[in-house]
Design a protein around this ligand. Structure first.
Ligand code: SF4
Length: 225
Protein backbone atom coordinates (compact mmCIF):
# COMPACT_ATOMS: atom_id res chain seq x y z
CA UNK A 1 0.00 0.00 0.00
CA UNK A 2 1.27 3.46 -0.93
CA UNK A 3 2.19 5.64 2.02
CA UNK A 4 0.28 8.88 2.37
CA UNK A 5 2.39 12.02 2.07
CA UNK A 6 0.81 14.05 4.88
CA UNK A 7 2.96 17.09 4.14
CA UNK A 8 1.43 17.18 0.63
CA UNK A 9 -2.05 16.69 2.11
CA UNK A 10 -1.47 19.72 4.31
CA UNK A 11 -0.25 21.76 1.35
CA UNK A 12 -3.44 20.89 -0.55
CA UNK A 13 -5.58 22.03 2.39
CA UNK A 14 -3.64 25.28 2.64
CA UNK A 15 -4.15 25.91 -1.08
CA UNK A 16 -7.92 25.41 -0.61
CA UNK A 17 -8.02 27.91 2.29
CA UNK A 18 -6.04 30.43 0.30
CA UNK A 19 -8.41 30.14 -2.67
CA UNK A 20 -11.31 30.71 -0.29
CA UNK A 21 -9.47 33.60 1.39
CA UNK A 22 -9.81 31.85 4.76
CA UNK A 23 -7.48 31.90 7.74
CA UNK A 24 -8.73 28.97 9.84
CA UNK A 25 -8.18 28.73 13.57
CA UNK A 26 -5.81 25.99 14.65
CA UNK A 27 -5.11 24.41 18.01
CA UNK A 28 -1.52 23.21 17.73
CA UNK A 29 -0.58 20.59 20.28
CA UNK A 30 3.09 21.29 21.07
CA UNK A 31 5.55 18.92 22.72
CA UNK A 32 8.44 21.36 23.17
CA UNK A 33 9.88 24.63 21.86
CA UNK A 34 12.48 23.15 19.45
CA UNK A 35 9.80 21.05 17.69
CA UNK A 36 7.38 24.01 17.70
CA UNK A 37 9.90 26.41 16.17
CA UNK A 38 9.56 25.28 12.54
CA UNK A 39 5.88 24.26 12.88
CA UNK A 40 4.98 27.76 14.08
CA UNK A 41 7.16 29.49 11.51
CA UNK A 42 5.39 27.56 8.74
CA UNK A 43 1.81 27.40 10.03
CA UNK A 44 1.45 30.98 11.24
CA UNK A 45 1.50 32.13 7.63
CA UNK A 46 -1.81 30.37 7.03
CA UNK A 47 -3.56 29.83 10.38
CA UNK A 48 -4.66 31.70 13.44
CA UNK A 49 -2.77 29.61 16.00
CA UNK A 50 -3.25 28.76 19.65
CA UNK A 51 -0.61 26.44 21.05
CA UNK A 52 -1.87 23.72 23.36
CA UNK A 53 0.83 22.63 25.78
CA UNK A 54 -0.40 19.32 27.12
CA UNK A 55 2.36 16.89 28.06
CA UNK A 56 1.77 14.89 31.26
CA UNK A 57 4.25 12.36 29.84
CA UNK A 58 7.10 14.60 31.08
CA UNK A 59 7.31 12.84 34.41
CA UNK A 60 9.95 15.07 35.98
CA UNK A 61 8.28 18.31 37.07
CA UNK A 62 11.34 20.64 36.82
CA UNK A 63 11.89 19.30 33.27
CA UNK A 64 8.21 19.94 32.48
CA UNK A 65 8.43 23.52 33.80
CA UNK A 66 11.61 24.17 31.86
CA UNK A 67 10.00 23.00 28.61
CA UNK A 68 6.78 24.95 29.09
CA UNK A 69 8.71 28.15 29.90
CA UNK A 70 10.82 27.66 26.79
CA UNK A 71 7.64 27.23 24.72
CA UNK A 72 6.31 30.53 26.11
CA UNK A 73 9.61 32.27 25.41
CA UNK A 74 9.53 31.09 21.78
CA UNK A 75 5.94 32.30 21.32
CA UNK A 76 6.86 35.67 22.85
CA UNK A 77 9.73 35.89 20.36
CA UNK A 78 7.43 35.19 17.39
CA UNK A 79 4.87 37.66 18.71
CA UNK A 80 7.58 40.28 19.06
CA UNK A 81 8.45 39.71 15.38
CA UNK A 82 4.81 40.43 14.53
CA UNK A 83 4.98 43.69 16.52
CA UNK A 84 8.08 44.92 14.73
CA UNK A 85 7.15 43.49 11.29
CA UNK A 86 10.16 41.13 11.05
CA UNK A 87 9.02 38.23 8.85
CA UNK A 88 12.36 36.99 7.59
CA UNK A 89 11.99 34.11 5.13
CA UNK A 90 8.18 34.17 5.12
CA UNK A 91 5.41 35.14 2.73
CA UNK A 92 5.07 38.89 2.58
CA UNK A 93 1.28 38.57 2.91
CA UNK A 94 1.56 37.34 6.49
CA UNK A 95 -0.85 39.50 8.41
CA UNK A 96 -0.11 40.43 11.99
CA UNK A 97 -1.46 37.46 13.91
CA UNK A 98 -0.17 36.74 17.35
CA UNK A 99 0.08 33.24 18.76
CA UNK A 100 -1.78 32.38 21.94
CA UNK A 101 -1.05 29.55 24.35
CA UNK A 102 -3.23 27.31 26.51
CA UNK A 103 -1.54 25.13 29.10
CA UNK A 104 -3.34 21.83 29.68
CA UNK A 105 -3.57 19.97 32.98
CA UNK A 106 -0.30 18.55 34.23
CA UNK A 107 -1.22 15.26 35.89
CA UNK A 108 1.54 12.68 35.47
CA UNK A 109 -0.76 9.96 36.82
CA UNK A 110 -2.90 10.31 33.68
CA UNK A 111 0.14 9.36 31.61
CA UNK A 112 1.17 6.53 33.94
CA UNK A 113 -2.36 5.10 33.85
CA UNK A 114 -2.44 5.31 30.05
CA UNK A 115 0.86 3.40 29.62
CA UNK A 116 0.37 0.90 32.44
CA UNK A 117 1.98 -2.45 31.57
CA UNK A 118 3.94 -0.91 28.67
CA UNK A 119 6.61 0.89 30.69
CA UNK A 120 9.48 -1.23 29.37
CA UNK A 121 8.54 -0.96 25.66
CA UNK A 122 11.31 0.59 23.57
CA UNK A 123 10.73 4.12 22.28
CA UNK A 124 8.50 4.01 19.21
CA UNK A 125 6.54 0.98 20.44
CA UNK A 126 3.11 0.50 22.01
CA UNK A 127 3.82 2.78 24.98
CA UNK A 128 4.23 5.67 22.56
CA UNK A 129 0.93 4.80 20.83
CA UNK A 130 -0.86 5.17 24.18
CA UNK A 131 1.02 8.37 24.90
CA UNK A 132 -0.01 9.83 21.51
CA UNK A 133 -3.62 8.77 22.11
CA UNK A 134 -3.69 10.51 25.49
CA UNK A 135 -2.26 13.78 24.20
CA UNK A 136 -4.22 13.86 20.95
CA UNK A 137 -7.48 12.96 22.64
CA UNK A 138 -7.13 15.87 25.05
CA UNK A 139 -6.22 18.15 22.13
CA UNK A 140 -9.30 17.00 20.19
CA UNK A 141 -11.52 17.65 23.23
CA UNK A 142 -10.19 21.18 23.69
CA UNK A 143 -10.41 21.90 19.94
CA UNK A 144 -14.07 20.80 19.97
CA UNK A 145 -14.97 22.64 23.20
CA UNK A 146 -13.37 25.88 22.07
CA UNK A 147 -14.61 25.61 18.51
CA UNK A 148 -11.29 25.59 16.67
CA UNK A 149 -11.49 24.77 12.96
CA UNK A 150 -8.66 22.21 13.26
CA UNK A 151 -6.11 20.72 15.60
CA UNK A 152 -2.79 19.04 14.88
CA UNK A 153 0.49 18.25 16.61
CA UNK A 154 4.16 19.19 16.40
CA UNK A 155 5.02 15.56 17.17
CA UNK A 156 5.21 14.70 13.45
CA UNK A 157 8.40 16.74 13.12
CA UNK A 158 10.42 14.12 14.96
CA UNK A 159 12.27 11.62 12.75
CA UNK A 160 11.69 9.14 15.62
CA UNK A 161 7.91 9.43 15.41
CA UNK A 162 5.71 7.66 12.93
CA UNK A 163 3.60 10.15 10.97
CA UNK A 164 1.17 7.42 9.82
CA UNK A 165 0.37 6.49 13.40
CA UNK A 166 0.03 10.10 14.54
CA UNK A 167 -2.25 11.05 11.65
CA UNK A 168 -4.39 7.95 12.15
CA UNK A 169 -4.78 8.67 15.88
CA UNK A 170 -5.42 12.35 15.21
CA UNK A 171 -8.23 11.48 12.81
CA UNK A 172 -9.74 8.93 15.21
CA UNK A 173 -9.77 11.44 18.06
CA UNK A 174 -11.22 14.13 15.80
CA UNK A 175 -14.08 11.81 14.83
CA UNK A 176 -14.68 10.82 18.44
CA UNK A 177 -14.94 14.43 19.64
CA UNK A 178 -16.54 16.07 16.61
CA UNK A 179 -13.66 18.18 15.32
CA UNK A 180 -11.09 18.07 12.48
CA UNK A 181 -7.48 16.96 12.45
CA UNK A 182 -5.10 18.77 10.13
CA UNK A 183 -2.80 16.26 8.37
CA UNK A 184 0.87 16.85 9.04
CA UNK A 185 4.36 15.50 8.63
CA UNK A 186 6.48 18.47 9.58
CA UNK A 187 9.78 16.61 9.22
CA UNK A 188 9.27 16.68 5.44
CA UNK A 189 10.45 19.64 3.32
CA UNK A 190 13.53 19.98 5.56
CA UNK A 191 11.27 20.83 8.50
CA UNK A 192 13.38 18.95 11.02
CA UNK A 193 16.58 20.58 9.73
CA UNK A 194 14.94 24.02 9.96
CA UNK A 195 13.86 23.29 13.56
CA UNK A 196 17.53 22.76 14.45
CA UNK A 197 18.51 26.05 12.79
CA UNK A 198 15.71 27.91 14.59
CA UNK A 199 16.60 26.29 17.91
CA UNK A 200 20.12 27.67 17.48
CA UNK A 201 18.83 31.07 16.40
CA UNK A 202 16.59 31.41 19.47
CA UNK A 203 19.00 29.52 21.73
CA UNK A 204 16.27 27.08 22.72
CA UNK A 205 16.74 24.40 25.33
CA UNK A 206 16.99 21.09 23.43
CA UNK A 207 16.49 18.07 25.64
CA UNK A 208 18.11 14.81 24.48
CA UNK A 209 15.23 12.51 25.41
CA UNK A 210 11.59 12.40 24.38
CA UNK A 211 9.80 13.13 27.66
CA UNK A 212 8.97 10.24 29.95
CA UNK A 213 11.42 8.80 32.45
CA UNK A 214 11.52 5.56 30.43
CA UNK A 215 12.81 7.44 27.40
CA UNK A 216 15.38 9.29 29.56
CA UNK A 217 16.73 6.00 30.91
CA UNK A 218 16.80 4.47 27.42
CA UNK A 219 18.79 7.44 26.11
CA UNK A 220 21.20 7.18 29.06
CA UNK A 221 21.77 3.46 28.42
CA UNK A 222 22.37 4.15 24.71
CA UNK A 223 24.94 6.80 25.56
CA UNK A 224 26.71 4.51 28.02
CA UNK A 225 26.91 1.65 25.56
S1 SF4 B 1 9.07 7.92 24.56
FE1 SF4 B 1 7.98 9.87 24.20
S2 SF4 B 1 6.17 9.35 22.99
FE2 SF4 B 1 6.97 7.46 23.90
S3 SF4 B 1 5.86 7.24 25.82
FE3 SF4 B 1 7.71 8.30 26.33
S4 SF4 B 1 7.19 10.47 26.21
FE4 SF4 B 1 5.56 9.34 25.16
Amino acid sequence: MNKVNYAKELEKKIEEFQKEGRIPSLLLHACCAPCSSYCLEYLRQYFDITVFYYNPNIMNEPEYRKRVEEEKRLIAEYNRQVEIGDFEGMNSDLSARKIEIIEGDYVVKDFLDAVKGLESCPEGGDRCTKCFELRLEESAKVAAEKDFDFFTTTLTISPLKDADRLNRIGNEMAKKHGTFFLPSDFKKKEGYKRSIELSRKFDLYRQDFCGCEFSRLQRLAEKES
